[in-house]
Write a protein that binds this ligand. Structure first.
Ligand SMILES: [Zn+2]
Length: 447
């Protein structure tokens, strides 16, 4: 549009000039070096315009010829770069596809064609790793440390290598460097937390967790509570019972259904002679999430004499959450100890109705065996074989089941991943030493 307007304006000016010249005819005379040239004015003007045009064309040609080598060079560089990026892309695809030869070939090609070390070095390192040459990969990663734009990638590669080698000291040094470079990276924070937890540095681990977690989610609160329990245990081991009590209480506030926090807190309270408070702590957790391990600490907290009294106390605790299988299992256990067979059987039946799980049927079968009813026990074992597992300390990272709660999964080393819940059927990566779906301990007096 603008070009059209410009064209119209130029044509209009030229037409106006031509008309003005035609309306004012005349001649121009030039005297030069003894010659005289006389010409009508319009020819002179036309000649001058033609000269200007020719001069313009010559200048343009001169420019085109002068810049030709530069433009040819530029085109060559562009072509090289394009081929380099094609090689880089194909190399990355080959890495993703696990094609070692193709990855290495393209890595070399990209390195030769591209002047972009961050990308080609990463591809070369990945291709080397894919080919199992960790030494070569390490050389590339180490070279990447020297440049600001590749430093993080280099640290990341070396960190993964160190963790694979189980070189915890090396990994810790590298993860701290990565954390300085990218404190907002979730991947870095999670690895720093893991290494600190594996090294038992619970104070540092909690600081890392607090610094890297934004907002308060139930999952965040649960993980924070696990770290606080470990800090509490550390304080308890150092004889700082008050500090331990404070930390366990904080963990319990964050995750009120977390049995481990309640049990540890109750133990400290009992040690400090505050049994009533300990009982209230257990009761509060039982109302939210009954757990078999709470029973023993409750018995410790409420002073009682004799098996019958213990049965009555646990009945009181169970009444706080009467529609939960663990409430009935806990009473059944005490009833068996007090030789109240009828009550034990009724409670086991109710528990099986509320939670028809393996652990309930096994406990019931053990009870029937001890009573001498082997046929019924066999039937119950068969039902247990067919039933799903009940709740257990299950790792949300790898699905492994562990006999005791721990802040670090004994199988996959995830931090704060053990949760008291029924396994979701996640494939277990490898059998663990810990017992699966541990039934409640049944100690029966022989009738
Ligand atoms: Zn795990």
């Amino acid at each position: 549009m603008i070009r059209l307007i410009r064209f119209v304006i130029v044509v209009a000016i030229l037409t106006a000039l031509a008309v003005a010249v035609a309306e004012r005819p005349g001649t121009a005379a030039i005297d030069w070096l003894g010659y005289r040239l006389e010409t009508p004015i319009w020819i002179l003007l036309f000649g001058l315009a033609l000269l200007a045009l020719i001069a313009g064309i010559i200048a343009r040609l001169w420019y085109v010829i002068g810049t030709l080598p530069g433009r040819m060079r530029e085109a060559r560089v562009t072509r090289r770069r394009r081929r380099g990026y094609v090689a880089l892309t194909q190399g990355l695809v080959a890495v993703a596809a696990g094609d070692v030869g193709e990855a290495e070939r393209n890595a070399k090609k990209a390195e030769g064609l591209l002047d972009d070390p961050p990308l080609t070095m990463l591809l070369s390192a990945q291709a080397a790793q894919l080919g199992g040459d960790e030494r070569a990969a390490e050389v590339f990663f180490t070279a990447m440390l020297g440049r600001a734009e590749t430093e993080f990638l280099g640290v990341r590669g070396l960190l993964i290598q160190a963790m694979k080698r189980k070189d915890r000291d090396g990994a810790m040094r590298l993860v701290r460097r990565a954390y300085r470079l990218r404190p907002k990276s979730e991947w870095v924070a999670e690895n720093l937390l893991s290494l600190q937890a594996q090294a038992g540095q619970w104070v540092d681990a909690e600081v890392t967790f607090r610094d890297s977690t934004s907002g308060h989610t139930p999952e965040g609160a649960r993980r924070h509570a696990a770290l606080l329990v470990m800090r509490g245990r550390e304080a308890e081991a150092a004889g700082e019972l008050r500090q331990a009590g404070r930390l366990f209480a904080k963990a319990q506030r964050l995750d009120p259904g977390f049995a481990r926090a309640a049990i540890d807190r109750a133990h400290v309270l009992i040690a400090n002679g505050r049994k009533q408070k300990a009982a209230r702590v257990v009761e509060a957790t039982w109302r939210i999430a009954p757990h078999p391990d709470l029973v023993d600490v409750y018995v410790d907290a409420v002073p009682t004499e004799g098996k019958l009294n213990r049965l009555r106390i646990i009945e009181r605790l169970a009444a706080l959450h009467s529609d939960h299988a663990d409430s009935h299992l806990a009473v059944a256990r005490m009833a068996i100890a007090a030789e109240f067979w009828r009550e034990a059987e009724a409670r086991l039946e109710t528990a099986a109705r509320l939670e028809p799980s393996e652990r309930v049927f096994r406990m019931w079968a053990a009870f029937e065996e001890a009573r001498g009813d082997t046929a019924r026990a066999q039937d119950l074992h068969a039902r247990a074989d067919a039933a799903r597992s009940g709740p257990a300390w299950t790792c949300r990272g790898c699905g492994d089941i562990q006999a005791e709660w721990a802040a670090v999964c004994g199988h996959c080393e995830s931090v704060a991943s053990l949760v008291w819940e029924a396994p979701t059927g996640l494939p277990r990566l490898a059998p663990s030493a810990a017992g699966a779906a541990t039934p409640l301990p049944v100690t029966l007096p022989h009738p």
